[in-house]
Design a protein around this ligand. Structure first.
Ligand code: TYD
Ligand code: MG
Length: 471
């Protein structure tokens, strides 16, 4: 593709675009674009360092932004930089209030977890509030998107769909439509014809994201790029985008379970660590105000091998049931250690500590452990509850049903303190738990919650099973 010798500058706002349009994509002024020779000072993003030679786009470059001069921090204009609520409360919580104009958010998650469903609901919410939005669907056909959207609710007329994969066509459509929000589903499906490589290749993903990010900034339109993550966490492309975008939001959850955890792992406009909870149902993703029902609703009280952990997911405490089952290892086979939703390496370590420091024989025993509800618990604070569940499974003695436990287990069998003790205890007390096995240094809990302070795993097992009364 040859480099254009001219660009078009808007008489109203000085924005520069490669292709002529009746309406300025930046400010919306009609018949304001005037052709002029390519000036040295305004370099289309396509010829910026890092962009492959020959990649030309109808990119809008804003003259004023390009010629920015240093200024005092206090002079920075904050107008227009405030987040705008999306209308989906759990998402706004994760985003620190909503989407910031001109910001680019990468929405990552495994295939099938619910990314397309979430963005469709988000677009419908914004469109229903009277703002024009654009969904670029490079992955699903227009018919598929419509059918899914109809299942989720009425079709708002301001929800516009563009079934395309060519990033230059997408950029032009964004300019023409002037939407209040753009979603590209997915970044791995779009391609730049001027760049070598298949859609989804690193070069393509980077080139397309680079173009779209510049477009979002120059048009001040918030943009969401959907990116698939593979099971082993390799974001085949999207991870390479994390530094390009302002915000990285992940959707997690087991596709065989209803619960979905949405969190910001990078956020330039607010804190990370906020957790949004959704439940996948017949009509898409619904907000979960109280995850207690989903996570502990079907718990069998009085069963051995079950312990409840007040886990921290970001800034939010969630009560998660950890289960263990032990059985004799078949003759001639090595003992199995199976972990689902908990860390396998951690389980191996805890089994060794239980054997060597607490005298629980597990050598010829298979140990199976899982976190219930499709949740993954990897924090060291889960050690104590997991060890208690294994010990309870081994002895057949159930733990009291109103007991929670948290603490890190060290190699000498000592129980170490963990962060957010008060928040964990408050959540446990809120839903009716009355006893907590905690590290010795743990501060006092809320009213009605009796703390059993322990310094070793042996002591924890004895106290929790009621073998000795608390001191
Ligand atoms: P999807 O949003 O397509 O996932 P992603 O874009 O992350 O690949 O979600 C797909 C799954 O969600 C699919 O297995 C069906 C399920 N689903 C529901 O259970 N209810 C619904 O209302 C919708 C739209 C999807
Ligand atoms: Mg999808």
């Amino acid at each position: 593709m040859s480099r254009p010798r001219t660009v078009h500058r808007c008489r109203a706002c000085e924005a520069v675009t490669v292709r002529w349009a009746g309406r300025c994509p930046a400010c919306g002024a009609w018949n304001a674009l005037v052709e002029e020779a390519v000036p040295a000072a305004v370099t289309p993003a396509s010829s910026r360092p890092g962009r492959p030679a020959g990649a030309e786009h109808d990119l809008v470059a804003h003259g004023a932004a390009e010629a920015a001069a240093p200024l005092s921090l206090g002079e920075v204009d904050l107008a227009g930089g405030a987040p705008r609520p999306t209308g989906i409360e759990e998402l706004d919580r994760v985003l620190g209030g909503g989407l910031v104009p001109g910001s680019v958010t990468l929405l990552g998650g495994e295939p099938g977890v619910g990314k397309s469903t979430l963005v469709l609901q988000l677009l419908a919410a914004v469109a229903s509030a009277g703002r024009r939005v654009l969904l670029v669907s490079g992955e699903e056909s227009a018919q598929q998107v419509r059918l899914r959207a109809e299942r989720l609710g009425p079709l708002p007329p301001l929800l516009r769909l563009f079934d395309a994969t060519d990033v230059t066509a997408i950029a032009a459509a964004i300019g023409d439509e002037s939407p209040a929000l753009v979603v590209v589903d997915s970044i791995q499906a779009v391609a730049d014809p001027a760049v070598n490589g298949m859609p989804g290749s690193l070069a393509q993903v980077r080139a397309c994201a680079d173009l779209l990010v510049h477009l979002a900034k120059s048009l001040m339109v918030p943009m969401i790029l959907v990116g698939h993550v593979t099971k082993d966490g390799a974001l085949a492309g999207p991870r390479a985008l994390e530094h390009l975008v302002d915000t990285v939001v992940t959707v997690e959850g087991d596709r065989h379970h209803a619960l979905r955890l949405v969190r910001a792992v990078k956020h330039r406009f607010g804190p990370t660590g906020e957790l949004g909870l959704f439940e996948m149902g017949e009509a898409g993703l619904g907000s979960v105000a109280d995850p207690y029902r989903l996570l502990l609703g079907d718990r069998r009280l009085g069963a051995s091998g079950s312990a409840v952990l007040p886990a921290m997911e970001g800034q939010r405490a969630l009560l998660v049931e950890l289960q263990a089952l032990t059985s004799m290892t078949s003759v001639g086979t090595p003992s199995r250690r199976s972990a689902q939703g908990v860390d396998g390496g951690r389980l191996g370590l805890l089994v060794a500590v239980l054997e060597n420091r607490a005298g629980i024989p597990l050598r010829q025993i298979d140990v199976f452990c899982s976190a219930v509800g499709g949740i993954r618990v990897t924090e060291p604070a889960a050690d104590l509850a997991l060890a208690l569940a294994v010990a309870s499974a081994g002895s057949g003695v159930p733990l009291p049903p109103d007991l929670v436990a948290f603490g890190e287990v060290g190699l000498t069998g000592e129980i170490r303190q963990v962060p957010h003790a008060s928040r964990r205890l408050a959540e446990a007390a809120r839903v009716g738990f009355r006893h907590a096995v905690v590290p010795e240094s743990c501060p006092a809990g809320p009213p009605g919650m009796e703390l059993l302070h322990v310094h070793s795993i042996r002591q924890a097992i004895d106290l929790a099973s009621g073998a000795v009364p608390p001191a």
